[in-house]
Design a protein around this ligand. Structure first.
Ligand code: CAA
Length: 288
């Protein structure tokens, strides 16, 4: 398959990442069907597209015809068969639970046309952990976007030992068609590049807060003002989800067995209280 053969993209999951990946695809001219087990999430995703896209016209960033075309390209359905049945390329952005992802990949293998590439947007799960749930491991890879996906330019593509060269190339080519910069990793590594680097920053920030060396606000102030990051680590964890930071930490700890990889007491406290950040209206900061 070549990137030119991709006409229909299916995005699984209408959450933090999925709803914006779907809009990216529609803006790039692809028919995109977005699916989720929650009708509420689908309604929110559709409402986002219907608000965000016209706002881009009002801001002078897009033309009305581009928005009309993108909206016509987008569809939202709870029905997985309907969403994925004619897909040439699937981007799975469901919850970060391996059991759910394996079941989804097995279902997608059954539902999608045999030529379809099945990519996971997981933030840390390498695709070899889901590829063997399908009969087409050569067509399975990681395609990892960053939050907010409509803004952040990078996509990490990871070619596992099971992934064919063709699949990796088509995924890199699709990344470019979506207007993103791709980095191709030819070796699977937990957390890929960016989340490993970010994880190191977050662990140190959490350690300093846990030790009472500085408050979370002071650490954010230090990182934004001294390093020029647009958000400090605590504001960013609120934005991307404290639950996600916790799952990433737990997965890493389970992989390495290294006690220093264990999620920090402050992170565990926030996770246990359900203070997941922006989506829960409370995390390290409060949100209205
Ligand atoms: N969705 C879509 N677009 C958004 C947005 C959102 N949630 N938030 C901001 N934008 C857009 C705005 O429309 C605006 O676009 P234009 O300039 O083209 O008009 C632009 O971003 C700037 O917006 P603002 O001026 O309102 O806000 P800002 O300058 O404070 O930027 C931000 C907001 C882009 C989120 C910026 O704070 C930022 O880059 N933060 C860091 C984000 C980051 O590090 N992401 C990676 C996280 S790690 C990750 O994602 C890994 C993972 O696996 C989950």
């Amino acid at each position: 398959m070549k990137v030119e053969d991709i006409k229909q993209i299916c995005v699984i999951g209408a959450g933090n990442m999925g709803h914006q990946i779907a809009v990216c695809g529609a803006l790039a001219g692809y028919k995109v069907s977005c699916t989720d087990i929650s009708q509420d999430m689908l309604n929110k995703a559709e409402a986002f597209a219907n608000t965000y896209l016209p706002e881009r016209v009002a801001k002078g960033k897009l033309r009305q015809e581009q928005v009309d075309k993108a909206l016509a390209n987008l569809s939202f359905t709870k029905n997985l068969e309907e969403a994925a049945g004619a897909a040439d390329f699937v981007i799975e952005a469901a919850v970060e639970k391996i059991g759910i992802k394996r079941k989804l990949f097995a279902d997608l293998d059954r539902i999608t046309p045999p030529h379809a590439i099945l990519a996971t947007n997981s933030s840390f799960i390498v695709s070899s952990q889901v590829a063997d749930a399908t009969k087409r491991p050569d067509k399975v890879c990681n395609m990892h976007f960053f939050n907010p996906a409509l803004v952040m330019k990078l996509v990490e593509v990871v070619q596992g030992a099971h992934t064919s060269v063709e699949t990796a190339q088509v995924t890199m080519d699709l990344t470019a068609k979506l207007g993103k910069t791709g980095i191709l990793l030819k070796k699977e590594i937990y957390g890929f590049l960016v989340n490993r680097i970010l994880g190191a920053l977050n662990s140190e920030a959490l350690y300093l807060a846990d030790m009472g060396i500085a408050t979370t606000e002071e650490i954010d102030l230090a990182v934004t003002n001294a390093l020029g990051h647009p958000m400090g680590p605590f504001r960013l964890m609120d934005f991307t989800g404290i639950d996600l930071a916790y799952y990433i930490g737990m997965e890493r700890y389970q992989n390495t067995g290294d006690a220093t990889d264990k999620p920090s007491p402050l992170l565990v406290e926030k996770f246990t209280k359900g203070e997941y950040g922006v989506k829960a209206k409370k995390g390290f900061y409060l949100y209205e």
